[in-house]
Ligand binder design. Structure first.
Ligand SMILES: Cc1ncc(COP(=O)(O)O)c(C=O)c1O
Length: 397
């Protein structure tokens, strides 16, 4: 048997994130009758409360599923077999979404990137301008590409679609940005926003979301892709009275109610500011480490830096997976792995969810000690620089 690892495990992957005690305790309350008279109060509270996080006044549908389910729901409710969808392939998750689209009988048109930046609105506009027959029915963008730590400019993508007068829907994956990076479903003109419970919302995996627009609802009336479990219509009908058409994840919904309370107590702008500070401090540490010549940020565009995670790239000859294994073994900390073509090249530091300055500094200290032990050349003093960055940016309000 392995000896007990004392202290708390550092779950510094970019989701699932650590679940705060208050949320865990709410989830552990006795399971309730989802068709009983008392349930509508909880159902109504979370269906209304979650809208404030998406910054929408329009309906938000909640599925008992991981984020992948909400991807599928967004596609099957709005599109028909053979429809073209324009997808910015910004990384591994954008790739998986495009593969799903193909499997569902859609025709993805991919805008390729080097996986080191977000989507380019000008390239989206150019592709739409060429589509005179309006074969493209939706533009799909991952707001925060969790495999690369690069974000895409969603409101600029909306403007690009509007500027060329194209009627395509805008579908946006915010699975690793909702409730950690600034986002506004209504103001940014998004038609379907896709999200999951296990990252910024500080819940375990198991809930996923589609925030809708009037245009998306209209599209769902004509969409011909087969759908049953993911159908918005029975959901919206039952949700109107605080209920669900099939058994919802009742305990997770109770957890969501508590997580929403935590977010309101901190204040959403403060949540975003905290994530921005932690991301800046992490990049400050990486900048120092990079002086050894073997380390660099995966994201190359300063405007595209993610505030929920930092993907760190190692030079040829160094194994990111070996480094992560060593850090797990020695310091009981999980870091995110490199995905797809970034396998073994990149490790990812998650700094989203319920973390504070000292959690972050502990995580960065674990990385710096790991680099030393693994013999990865690096500039010394990354943690010092992160401390200075945090001090300069002031304590979280
Ligand atoms: C940006 C993004 N999209 C989609 C997914 C897939 O979500 P899930 O694993 O919850 O199905 C993830 C998972 O990490 C993600 O980060």
């Amino acid at each position: 048997m392995k000896p007990r690892a004392p202290g708390r495990h550092f779950l510094q992957i970019p989701g699932p994130t650590d679940v705060p005690g208050r949320v865990l305790r709410a989830i552990s309350e006795p399971t309730v009758d989802h068709r009983g008279p008392g349930f509508a109060e909880l159902g109504g509270a979370v269906l209304t409360g979650v809208k404030r996080v998406f910054k929408t006044t329009q309906p938000v549908v909640i599925f008992p599923a991981s984020g992948t389910g909400a991807w599928e729901a967004a596609l099957v409710n709005t599109l028909s077999p053979g429809d073209a969808v324009l997808m910015a392939r910004t990384g591994w998750f954008a790739t998986l979404w495009s593969e799903m689209a193909t499997r569902l009988g859609l025709q993805p048109i991919l805008i390729e990137t080097d996986w080191r930046r977000g989507a380019d609105p000008a390239r989206i506009a150019a592709a739409l301008a060429e589509d005179k027959a309006h074969r493209i029915r939706a533009v799909c963008v991952v707001h925060n590409e969790t495999s690369t730590g690069a974000k895409s400019p969603i409101s600029a993508v909306r403007r690009a679609i509007d500027d060329v007068g194209h009627p395509a829907l805008l579908l946006v994956d915010t699975i690793s940005s909702l409730a950690s990076m600034a986002y506004a479903h209504d103001a940014w003109g998004v038609d379907v926003t896709i999200a999951g419970s296990q990252k910024g919302l500080m819940l375990p995996p198991g809930l996923s979301f589609n925030a809708l627009s009037e245009k998306a609802l209209q599209a769902s009336r004509d969409a011909k892709l087969p759908r049953s479990y993911w159908d918005w219509k029975p959901m919206l009908e039952a949700n109107a009275s605080g209920y669900f058409p099939y058994t919802p994840a009742t305990n997770l919904l109770r957890g969501l109610q508590e997580a929403l309370a935590l977010i309101e107590e901190e204040g959403l702008p403060n949540v975003f500011a905290r994530h921005d500070r932690h991301a800046a401090a992490t990049r400050a540490a990486v900048e120092v480490w990079s002086q050894g010549g073997a380390i660099e940020l995966q994201c190359l565009e300063t405007t595209d830096y993610s505030s929920s995670l930092t993907a760190v790239r190692l030079a040829e000859g160094h194994s990111a997976d070996a480094l992560r294994a060593l850090i797990l073994e020695r310091f009981n900390m999980s870091l995110g792995n490199g995905l797809g073509r970034l396998k073994d090249r990149v490790f990812r530091i998650g700094h989203l969810g319920d973390i504070n300055d000292l959690t972050l500094l502990g995580a960065l200290a674990g990385v710096e000690m790991g680099l030393q032990l693994a013999g990865v050349p690096h500039g010394a003093g990354g943690v010092d620089r992160a401390m200075a960055s945090l001090a300069q940016a002031g304590a979280a309000p």
